[in-house]
Design a protein around this ligand. Structure first.
Ligand code: PEP
Ligand code: CO
Length: 452
């Protein structure tokens, strides 16, 4: 990183800038104590893992591999438990195996995991029983229960978030290292649900060949899956609560750059990407790969400036540009953005987040998304990139390995009446286990049509 550009940068230089989406903590002394405690705790990830991820992302931007970024909208402290983590790892691995098998290129797995505890909200406050209380902003900031006490921003949660992230990551690493026993039993793939739906003919060949591949690998070499998995599950979260991220931003021996050692990658949210704001100031000083969410309202000009600001050396693998326009906006906006980024020669990884532009309220008042709308944005994204001669190398999904009922549609045909069955999300609606596997097949189908 250029010394001259970074002269006045420090992990906390963002404190001098206007900051959005971060409520004031009522007790400054407690905040400082938590911050200092966090600064001294050991790192969750290492700089060489971060560099390895960046190298892999450079391969994605060169069109040689694919990035799957997926996980909860918001993780919660109370769900830091074995079944939850096992199910998340299982769905991440299975969706990635579907992609590897179908695409025939390496797939980089990046969880929204082990730190995704802070959420941007459209309103700072909400009214409960006639009283205005802070909106819930994720477990890293305040509690979910709708009362004044729980909702008051509590700096102790920064430390708790660190511990929960550490416990999660420890188990994720153990599962990945051990080999995930569940996966090489074909019956654990639970693909039968696809047989019941109207598109079955389209899936049939894919489902059969995946099942055969799993059986084959299991028969000839039961250990193959474990060595296969040992590869990697990287972590990511939105760099939203900058106290959390900057307290864990450090220099490491024999390197000149600063690294955010709380996560392999962090991303800049759609609501905090002002060029002169605190979040951009913080992100421009770290060497981690950075995701940038881009969707309305935005301008191409500002987006180009942002990329330049965060990656002045045009390092490949540094920026993942995650578009989240919504199914009816993408056609108008994406072609111009692709052309502009190409004109500037920025080596970005293009990613499609088909979730955040397609949220709506169901008639029975659930925040939901429709599987078909999500798919429509993905299809448009692939079609537009293909037409522009550009490589769409990633999808960004909100999903869970659990059998929730949060998004309508999919092979099981979940409708609005079924939403209250198992609606569990703390924030945005996620694809459930079956919807996630189905989406992986459909993403693979679109990719193959575009690039093979
Ligand atoms: C998110 O990824 O959960 C999110 C809030 O996205 P965006 O910043 O794109 O709205
Ligand atoms: Co979300």
């Amino acid at each position: 990183m250029e010394d001259t550009l970074q002269k006045n940068w420090a992990p906390t230089s963002w404190l001098e800038k206007p900051v959005k989406q971060l409520p004031a903590y009522p007790n400054q002394k407690e905040l400082e104590d938590s911050f200092k405690t966090l600064q001294k705790l050991p790192p969750l990830v290492t700089s060489w893992e971060i560099e390895a991820l960046k190298n892999k992302l450079a391969q994605v931007s060169a069109g040689k591999s694919f990035l799957l970024q997926a996980g909860d909208c918001a993780e919660s402290f109370s769900l830091t438990n074995s079944p939850k983590i096992v199910n998340t790892v299982k769905v991440l691995l299975q969706t990635s195996f579907i992609l590897i098998h179908e695409l025939g290129v390496p797939v980089v797995r990046l969880g929204r995991i082990a730190g995704q505890y802070a959420k941007p909200r459209s309103k700072d406050f909400e009214e409960v029983d006639g009283e205005m209380i802070h909106n819930y902003r994720g477990d890293l900031i305040n509690g979910f229960e709708p009362n004044k006490e729980a909702r008051t921003p509590d700096p102790q949660r920064l430390i708790e978030g660190y511990h929960k992230a550490a416990l999660t990551l420890n188990f994720v690493r153990a599962l990945a290292d051990e080999g995930f026993a569940d996966l090489h039993h074909p019956e654990q793939w639970e693909l039968d649900f696809m047989k019941n739906n109207e598109y079955y003919k389209e899936y049939e060949a894919m489902v059969e060949s995946i099942t055969k591949a799993v059986k084959f690998v299991d028969a000839i070499s039961p250990d193959r899956f474990s060595s296969f998995q040992k590869v990697d599950i990287y972590t990511s979260h939105e760099a939203l609560n900058l106290y959390y991220d900057s307290a864990q931003t450090r220099k490491v021996p024999r390197k000149t750059d600063f690294y955010n050692l709380s996560s392999h990658m962090v991303w800049l949210g759609n609501r905090t990407r002002e060029l002169d704001g605190a979040h951009v100031e913080y992100l421009k000083g770290i060497a981690n790969p950075i995701g940038i969410k881009v969707g309305p309202p935005y301008t191409i000009d500002d987006t180009l400036k942002l990329i330049e600001e965060l990656n002045p050396t045009h390092e490949a693998g540094k920026i993942v540009l995650i578009t989240r326009f919504g199914k009816s906006v993408i056609e108008d906006e994406l072609p111009g953005l692709i052309q502009a980024v190409r004109r500037e020669g920025f080596p970005v990884v293009w990613s499609s987040d088909p979730m955040h532009g397609n949220t709506f309220s169901s008639s029975n008042n659930y925040k939901t998304r429709n599987f078909d709308h999500i798919l429509q944005e993905i299809k448009s994204a692939f079609a537009i990139h293909r037409a522009e001669g550009s490589y769409l190398g990633s999808v960004h999904l909100e999903l869970t390995g659990d059998n929730v009922t949060e998004c309508v549609g999919g092979a099981k045909g979940l409708n609005e009446d079924g939403l209250d069955h198992n609606y569990e999300t703390f924030c945005d609606p996620r694809l459930n286990y079956e919807q996630s596997l189905e989406m992986a097949f459909l993403v693979a189908k679109e990719w193959k049509q575009s690039y093979s």
